[in-house]
Design a protein around this ligand. Structure first.
Ligand code: 5GP
Length: 253
C-alpha cells in the first residue's frame, strides 16, 4: 500500500492528504504537551478518546446548524475532514475565570463571569500564543471585522451547545479553545469550526465535586489523564468499543 502524504504534524495530531481533493485525514496522537511543549508525555488511549469526543461534538454541532470541518470518522484514531484555511487565531470562550485569565487578573479560579467572554490569541508556538486585541487581528489582516463578528457568533453557539451537553452530564464547561477555518465554495467563503473539541482544549469540572476532567490533570499533575477523559466519554455515552485501558498484564490469583 502506498504511504499517505503527510501534510502537517502538530503536537497532538497529524494531517495526511485525504482520498479526494479538498479533504484531509486527521490522526489523533497519544502525545500530550503543555506549557508550549516544555512538558511532554505519551498517554496511552488519549488519541482514541479525543477522536471519539471530537466526532461527538462536531456531529452534534452539525445537527444544530453550526458548520464544522468534520466529514466522518474513519477509524479509532482518524477522521476525514474538509481541508480548510486555518485562521491563525485561538478563539477562547470563558464562562468562569480559570487558567491564564485567573492568573492575569488575580481572580480566584471558578469565579463566574458576568457573561461569556470571547478572546483571541495569535497562534504562534514560538511566541507562546499571545493574547491579541481585535485591532491587531484586523490591522495585520488575519481576519476582517465581518469575519470577527461571525467568529464570535460561532464561538458563542459552540459554547451554548457544548456547555448545554456538558451540563446534562453533570460537567461544567469552564472555558475552551476552538480554531476557525475558511472553506471556499467557488467564490463564496464560509467560516467553519475546525481542529478539535475535546478535553485537550476545554476545561471541564465535575459539577458536584469540582474534579478536573480535562488537560489540567496533565498540566498540573492531578492524576491519570486517560481516566479523566474516559469519565467524560462514559458520561456522554461515547466510549469507544473494543478498547480497554487495562493494557498491562494483570496478575490473577
Ligand atoms: P488558558 O488561556 O486559560 O490557558 O486556556 C483557556 C482555554 O483554552 C483552556 O480550556 C485551554 O485548554 C484552551 N487552550 C488554550 N491554549 C491552548 C492550546 O494551545 N492548545 C489547546 N489544546 N488548548 C488550549
Amino acid at each position: 500500500m502506498a504511504r499517505r502524504k503527510l501534510v502537517y504534524e502538530g503536537k497532538a495530531k497529524i494531517l495526511y492528504e485525504g482520498p479526494e481533493p479538498g479533504t484531509l485525514v486527521q490522526y489523533f496522537k497519544d502525545d500530550a504537551t503543555a506549557f508550549n511543549a516544555e512538558k511532554k508525555a505519551v498517554i496511552e488511549g488519549k488519541g482514541v478518546l479525543n477522536n471519539r469526543l471530537s466526532e461527538f461534538f462536531m456531529v452534534g454541532l452539525g445537527h444544530v446548524g453550526v458548520p464544522t470541518h468534520f466529514i466522518r470518522r474513519l477509524n479509532m484514531r482518524e477522521q476525514l475532514i474538509r481541508a480548510v484555511e486555518i485562521i491563525p487565531l485561538e478563539v477562547i470562550v470563558r464562562n468562569f475565570a480559570a487558567g491564564s485569565m485567573a492568573k492575569r487578573l488575580g481572580m480566584e479560579e471558578g469565579t463566574p463571569l458576568p457573561r461569556p467572554i470571547v478572546e483571541f490569541s495569535y497562534k504562534d508556538d514560538k511566541l507562546g500564543d499571545p493574547l491579541v486585541p481585535e485591532e491587531y487581528i484586523i490591522a495585520f489582516g488575519w481576519a476582517t471585522q465581518q469575519d470577527l463578528d461571525d467568529i464570535v457568533q460561532l464561538a458563542l453557539r459552540v459554547n451554548d451547545f457544548v456547555g448545554g451537553v456538558m451540563y446534562g452530564v453533570g460537567i461544567k464547561l469552564v472555558d475552551f479553545k476552538i480554531e476557525i477555518g475558511r472553506v471556499w465554495d467557488n467564490d463564496f467563503m464560509r467560516l467553519v469550526v475546525a481542529d478539535e473539541i475535546s478535553p485537550d482544549s476545554c476545561r471541564l469540572w465535575d459539577m458536584e465535586t469540582g474534579q478536573k476532567l480535562d488537560k489540567d490533570v496533565f498540566r498540573r499533575d492531578l492524576g491519570n489523564l486517560t481516566d479523566a477523559y474516559t469519565e467524560v466519554a462514559r458520561r456522554l455515552g461515547v466510549l469507544p468499543t473494543n478498547v480497554t485501558h487495562a493494557t498491562k498484564p494483570t496478575l490473577i490469583n
